[in-house]
Design a protein around this ligand. Structure first.
Ligand code: ASP
Length: 440
């Protein structure tokens, strides 16, 4: 057995957190490869080192301010951790190199990546593990897309000869050596890439919560935790905005059938949430695994007589949307009607043009854009072939006097998606939670 462990920014925010992390790693010899984030917030109003670096880079490279002064708070964060841990490590040379590169304006990706880079050096020193710079092992192609094959081969070969290592998260290198980062929160993705390359049995993702909850705790008081969830269920939920883990992080490990365990650095005894392939999933405790939702959707509603016998109608409609960079989220259709649900923000600044173009190309009998829709996804592998799940969702909403404006259920029977007025959002999640979790 071997494991990759990724620690988020709050798990490495100061020396106290570093000690917890080291205890966790040393408690299990199978924890061989460690992927750190940059130091995160120590308290609510604190600033993440990544954000400090973006700001500092702007001050130095764009506004021409003095590096030593602008970088001082960042230097203090690292030197504080180093001295509190009693390490003899000295990062002055690294800081000087960063100063040169900031002054040469090498790019904000480089700047942001230094958070993970420096933290990786400190953590490797503290653990007694080898440090592997992600620029030597994680690759992007010339277009800036993650190069999975090259990375897997190089990183795999490097890890094969390195029994214990720290590999900083969040960044890698382009073919010409330029540093590039993933999107924010991307250390989760690095962890997944390392887990795949090292062919480990488990990817532990350590954060500051004990896994996923069935529903948003800001809406449902003290919701139950989810002990096991499948990759597919998580996709349905993360897509709707439940964000403990970076959205892309499941893909590398999913293709290699490696489970992810979300764990809490501040409560390591908690089991957390295990994310597994569908084939490995035990029967779920409840019919539903999770409820998530998002506000700010709009419906483009189109009516046209004999729409279903009008060849190419949907293609033309979708082409117009594509030309305006609009991605349909859902598209319930009737015989003579089609509703396209889209993110309202995608309509910003182009409502009139879009309307004109749709009227011209699609020639609808009636056309309308309706705002203020919220979508709620009720997700669970337990609902497959179980009768009455939709009835219970609808009954819960109807008892709460909530009008359902859209319904969508995929044939995989993994989720039921409903559209309601945004004003009913919290109430809808509460009553669905009560129906499926409290009363089961
Ligand atoms: N430090 C980076 C961020 O704040 C990446 C990460 O933490 O995963 O987005």
């Amino acid at each position: 057995m071997s494991k990759v462990v990724k620690f988020g920014g709050s798990s490495l925010a100061d020396a106290k957190q570093f000690r917890k992390v080291a205890d966790i790693i040393h408690a299990d010899p199978e924890r061989k490869y460690v992927v750190p984030s940059a130091p995160g917030k120590r308290f609510k109003e604190d600033t993440k080192v990544t954000d400090m670096l973006y700001r500092c880079y702007d001050e130095v490279a764009v506004q021409g301010k003095d590096f030593t002064e602008a970088f001082a708070p960042i230097r203090e964060r690292y030197n504080g951790i180093i001295s509190d841990l009693g390490l003899t490590l000295n990062l002055d040379e690294e800081f000087a190199k960063i100063g040169e590169n900031f002054k040469a304006a090498v790019g904000s990706d480089y700047a942001a990546s230094r958070g993970e880079y420096l933290n990786g050096i400190v953590l490797a020193n503290y653990l007694g593990f080898e440090f592997i710079d992600a620029a030597r092992a994680i690759f992007f192609d010339n277009k800036g897309n993650f190069d999975a094959d090259t990375t897997d081969a190089c990183l795999g070969a490097l890890l094969d000869k390195t029994p214990k290592a720290v590999i900083p998260g969040f960044y890698g290198a382009m073919p010409d050596g330029t540093i590039k980062t993933f999107s924010r929160g991307g250390s989760d993705f690095t962890g997944s890439v390392v887990a795949k390359a090292a062919k480990v049995d488990l990817y532990e993702n350590w954060t500051d919560v004990s896994g996923f909850l069935v529903a948003d705790p800001r809406i449902v008081e003290n919701p139950e935790g989810i002990s096991v969830i499948t990759y597919s269920e998580l996709r349905e939920l993360s897509y709707m905005g439940a964000g403990v883990l970076h959205e892309d992080a499941i893909f590398p490990v999913r293709s290699a059938n490696i489970p992810i365990n979300i764990k809490n650095t501040n409560a390591p005894q908690d089991a957390g949430t295990l994310i597994v392939p569908t084939s490995h999933a035990p029967a779920s405790e409840h019919v539903i695994t999770g409820i998530a939702g998002k506000k700010n959707f709009s419906v483009i509603s189109i009516e046209k007589d004999r729409m279903n016998s009008n060849k190419g109608f949907l293609r033309k409609l979708l082409q117009v949307l594509e030309n305006h960079d609009i991605f349909p989220e859902h598209m319930p259709t009737g015989i003579d009607t089609v509703s396209v649900v889209v993110n309202s923000s995608e309509l910003d600044g182009q409502r009139e043009k879009l309307t004109e173009r749709l009227v011209e190309v699609v020639k609808p009998d009636h056309f309308e854009i309706i705002d203020g829709l919220a979508l709620i996804a009720v997700v669970g592998r337990g609902m497959r072939s179980v009768k009455g799940t939709a009835t219970r969702v609808f009954a819960a909403l109807s008892h709460a006097n909530i009008n359902i404006r859209m319904i969508d259920q995929g044939s995989s029977e993994l989720n039921i998606i409903i559209g309601i007025n945004a004003g009913d959002f919290d109430k809808a999640i509460k009553v669905i939670y009560d129906m499926f979790i409290l009363s089961e």
